[in-house]
Write a protein that binds this ligand. Structure first.
Ligand code: GDP
Ligand code: MG
Length: 229
């Protein structure tokens, strides 16, 4: 599938798109955001490998200038090629998932048309910093992925992804001893800023099945449709 391109500036910056309400029979759309390198594509690959036998899954990636993440997922054959597509976002990776989500919505329409019926669509953000979150007009729930290598101060610093995502994933716990990060501090700070929203400390290296995230995804899949306010 060809990449979907965002037109040049100016972007519409339409923050007022209504929250999507998932209809019966529609795929659950999960946004996966977070800084570059935190493990978003690795998590997408893990979830596809675990769920592809039992569910109809598709993936949409957002890259700034390339289709690298989609290419990686295709090369590793985590899903058949027609179930993986890419949006090229140009200079503003957060714009395509937050402000002008048209290219992402078009790409999802294409995935849905090419692969009926779909149960789950994973949308990976281009990822730049701690501020990029998804429009609720694009996805139903979002996971924000940070990593231990960024330092144990990251959860404390907050930001919309760390604070308000439906699931915060703190990945690469295997690196904690190497970078001197204190996982207890990270977990405590995350719990404080997130006020009850769940956090998972994981290592995709130690647990390639991403078991904790997988359980969360399964519970979201079972959570029903058409119920969001
Ligand atoms: N040590 C370690 N490396 C990881 C882990 N998860 C992902 N990585 C590596 O981190 C790098 C960036 O991962 P990627 O999924 O491409 O990050 P993205 O930019 O957020 O999509 C890759 O080299 C991964 O193999 C982990 O749990 N531990
Ligand atoms: Mg990626």
């Amino acid at each position: 599938m060809p990449p979907h391109l965002i037109d040049g500036e100016p972007h519409s910056h339409a923050h007022d798109r209504p929250r999507r309400v998932r209809q019966p029979g529609e795929a659950l759309r999960i946004g996966i955001g977070g800084p570059v390198g935190s493990g978003k594509t690795a998590l997408v690959a893990a979830l596809c490998r675990q769920l592809r036998e039992e569910l109809s899954v598709a993936v949409l990636t957002n890259d700034i200038y390339t289709t690298e993440d989609a290419d990686f997922l295709r090369r590793n054959a985590v899903l058949p090629d027609e179930r993986i597509t890419a949006v090229q976002t140009g200079g503003c990776p957060h714009t395509a998932i937050r402000d002008d989500i048209t290219a992402n919505l078009d790409a999802i329409d294409d995935l849905v048309a090419a692969n009926p019926p779909l149960d789950l669509i994973l949308v990976e953000s281009g990822g730049d910093n701690l501020t990029a979150t998804f429009s609720t007009g694009l996805i139903d729930v979002q996971i924000f992925v940070i990593d231990v290598a960024g330092g144990d101060k990251v959860p404390r610093k907050g930001g919309p992804g760390v604070t308000f995502s439906d699931l915060l994933v703190i990945n690469k716990t295997d690196l904690a001893p190497l970078v001197g990060a204190d996982l207890t501090v990270m977990a405590t700070d995350a719990a404080r800023v997130r006020e009850g929203r769940p956090t998972a400390l994981i290592s995709l290296t130690d647990d390639p099945a991403a078991s904790e995230v997988l359980s969360w995804v399964r519970s979201e899949l079972g959570a029903g449709v058409g119920t969001q306010a």
